[in-house]
Design a protein around this ligand. Sequence first.
Ligand code: FAD
Length: 321
Amino acid sequence: MSQVLVLAEHQQGKLKSNVAELLAAAAQLGEPAAVLVRQTGTGEGLPADLANLGAATVYVADIDDADSLLVTPQIAALESAVSASGGVSAVLVGNSIDSRETAARLAVRIGAALLNDVVGLETTTEGVIATQQAFGGAYTVRSVAARGIPVISLRPNAGELTTPAVEAKVIPLTVSIGATATARISDRHERGTVSTRPALQAADIVVSGGRGLGSAQNFVLVEQLADALGAAVGASRAAVDAGFCTQNMQVGQTGITVSPNLYLAVGISGAIQHRAGMQNSKTIVAVNNDATAPIFEVADFGVVGDIFTVVPQLIEAVSAR
Ligand code: FAD
């Protein structure tokens, strides 16, 4: 069985939440192998964490300055792992901006095919088939790489979450960064207050608020419901444009695409541009006082009612559990 490489992203000594899902997806296609890039002298426990998530092989690249060289170390390590493995059937990365940049540059470097924002994977005699969505989810596209190794960025929550733990073989990689690292991170600044809520793109539960909230003060209701559920907070563009919340919360065609297990749309009409960013959610619940609102066409459960009556009751019920 040939290996499927997974880029194991991590932060502050912990694997990112999408790594388990990427390894589970890799296990469906072949033998999961993780590629780990560490700043020299850090992340000692990460290979064991990867084995616990089912990585049969962990390729480790220890690189000085790895944390300040943008995505160059990741690209170089993946390229080196492709050579070291003697042939892989696919490379899987997450769907963050950094991961997509890594995927694109790796694909160019190794003459591979690039498949972005994939929501499903399967293997057939033709090779790895990737499912993507087009035109805001109106069409489903199934693609197969015509040549080279498919390099795939996978949308969070697109598949199974876990693979049984294994004994991993740890293989050190020799990675040469050389003159390719022309840009470096000199400093990092967090914008605004650092949120303790889960990241919107990879959250298991998302609570989003729309223009129906009426004001930034009322938008707090959405945040309170999200906190009761341990969810991320999203918003429609109308809510962002009205100043109820910041732009990085916008879900939709010109915002973030989410596919959580549970998506709660509060006071959102369900315009096609909003649905493009959330209709892949496993379960959709809508609260809207207009029974004809288009959001109910994609909702699994709907409450026709006033936000200011329904949401406080929801918060109370969830908090009482
Ligand atoms: P509205 O459509 O105004 O809906 C508000 C809803 O709240 C209504 O259904 C109403 O019945 C309900 N409501 C009001 N009061 C209450 C109450 N008290 N209790 C319960 N329900 C109540 N939109 C996005 O979201 N994301 C995008 O990425 C995006 N990209 C776009 C890109 C382009 C090129 C264009 C043209 C538009 C885009 N839009 C996007 C905008 C989109 O078309 C809609 O205008 C927007 O999604 C509407 O937001 P909304 O549902 O919050 O507001």
